[in-house]
Design a protein around this ligand. Structure first.
Ligand code: ZN
Length: 305
């Protein structure tokens, strides 16, 4: 799958221009809005200034002849993705990962056998709360890349996990909440734990949301249900919350190609807080999994380009 580089280059230029005009770090995608919208955006800009989600105007790493997705990866994962040379991502340990294997892939293959380029085959749509047909931005993960960053085995991933304060408790099997469990283990790789801490700090200011926030765990080294690829939970940068209110596409059909009716019971306010700090939401997937939040700053950056 090829990204249309010309239109993206134009979009980048527009984003840069509108940001310069506004003189703020607010998300640039809506810069064509009315002046009152702009004033409103300027008001929230300060609040968003240190967030990953507001990195639209950040200069992308890498030169113009490097594929845009590779530049995004170099920008959001600077500890690991160091450059791009000869059609490969250059990693910090000196190894490399082929950017594009050149194969045309089915939907399932984009999920099960993704190269880094395939991760950008879908675009995460921040402007609609109903996912488009077969739009699964973020479900495609290049395993070689994620194993290199977060760990290639349960043991390796475990070594990078640290406790993050999660004051909203843990869901119990009987549908209750165990409030005595006040932390969750999350990876420190790519600063994901720090981003989750910011999410917690903001969620704490919204008591009306707390009933949705009991966690059901973060790290599990396991394949995706019904598939061979590893779940994002294997990497320790993903958390499930509010299982009691969750909806999952597989309750309707186990066939990835089936037409599925969308369902969601989560307040969007929770989603917006997670997205602000670099987490994507499984409820934005056609194959939805609404309790699922995953640290994927590259997907959010792509969405804002
Ligand atoms: Zn999940």
């Amino acid at each position: 799958m090829k990204i249309n580089r010309q239109s993206i280059a134009a979009g980048l230029m527009l984003a840069a221009m509108s940001c310069a005009l506004m003189g703020t770090t607010v998300a640039c995608k809506r810069a064509s809005a009315t002046s009152s919208d702009v004033a409103q955006q300027a008001a929230v800009a300060k609040d968003r200034s240190d967030t990953v989600a507001s990195t639209t105007q950040v200069r992308l790493a890498g030169e113009n002849d490097v594929p845009l997705g590779a530049r995004v990866l170099m920008t959001v994962y600077p500890d690991y993705v160091k450059g791009y040379k000869g059609g490969k991502l250059v990693m910090s340990d000196g190894t490399s990962i082929t950017w594009d294997d050149g194969r045309k892939k089915s939907h399932m293959e984009l999920l099960d056998d993704a190269d880094p380029e395939d991760m950008f085959a879908f675009t995460y749509d921040l402007n609609s709360w109903t996912p488009g047909k077969m739009q699964d931005a973020g479900r495609s993960r290049c395993e070689a890349l994620f194993k290199k960053m977060y760990g290639a085995s349960a043991q390796q991933v475990s070594r990078k996990l640290v406790p993050v304060r999660w004051p909203f408790g843990q869901a119990t099997n009987s549908g209750g909440v165990n409030k005595s469990i006040k932390t969750v283990k999350f990876t420190s790789v790519n600063g994901a734990n720090k981003q989750l801490e910011k999410v917690v700090a903001e969620l704490e200011r919204h008591p009306e949301l707390h009933k949705y926030l009991a966690q059901s765990g973060a790290f599990y080294w396991r394949p995706v249900r019904g598939a061979k690829r590893l779940s994002a939970h294997s990497y320790g940068m993903t958390i499930d919350i509010g299982v009691k209110y969750s909806d999952y596409w597989r309750t309707q059909s186990t066939n990835e190609n089936a037409t599925i009716a969308y369902r969601n019971k989560y307040p969007h306010a929770i989603v917006e807080i997670f997205e602000k700090y670099g987490f994507i939401w499984g409820g934005r997937w056609y194959h939805y999994d609404t309790m699922h939040f995953e640290y994927r700053p590259e997907i959010l950056m792509q969405a804002k380009l």
